[in-house]
Write a protein that binds this ligand. Sequence first.
Ligand code: FMN
Length: 192
Amino acid sequence: MTPIGNPDLTVSFAGIDLKNIGNPDLTVSFAGIELKNPIIAASGTFGYGIEFEDIVHLDRLGGFVVKGLSKEPMTGNPPPRLFETAAGMLNAIGLQNVGAPAFLAEKLPALREKKNVVVFANVFGYTRADYEETIEILNQGEGIAAYEINVSCPNRSEWRRGQSSSNSRPTSHQSRIWRMLPRKRAPTPSPW
Ligand SMILES: Cc1cc2nc3c(=O)[nH]c(=O)nc-3n(C[C@H](O)[C@H](O)[C@H](O)COP(=O)(O)O)c2cc1C
């Protein structure tokens, strides 16, 4: 039996050789970063990646974004914080995370062993200094391709303060973050 993970999709159509249809080139270049395919696991849906090793081979993904990281560890919201609905799932995790130093010491080394996976680090904070210090901590490690700046977490009351009444206008938190972005760069290829 042909292995299900690698099916032979070779076809011949009107005399045209379509034998490469089974192995299309899905590579994409995003902000100068080469991804083997455009599938990126969203932040928070994939933990720190390594916990899912038995279920999904990381090297099959184009890349993945780690759970949002802050300067210090956070326990997040008290339960219940996940709720299944007919249309999907609601969550209010509240940015639980191990903190940037523990990520560097305990998670990133294991991720780096997965040589063929592009890692994006999602960072957040409450002040400009929080973002800068978190990125400075993470810059000490190797293997982070770029940073994703988290400017929206509706389940944190701190971030709702100053919430705009219109969806098209940024909250005061977002405005503060956007003002700082052009002045902060990562040493590895970054999206800005
Ligand atoms: C359980 C859970 C945890 C999440 N944690 C984070 C997080 O830590 N940082 C972040 O920026 N987004 C977080 N998200 C948001 C996801 O990264 C993503 O933006 C969201 O699920 C919407 O994706 P979609 O537009 O593909 O539906 C989380 C989502 C879920 C379901």
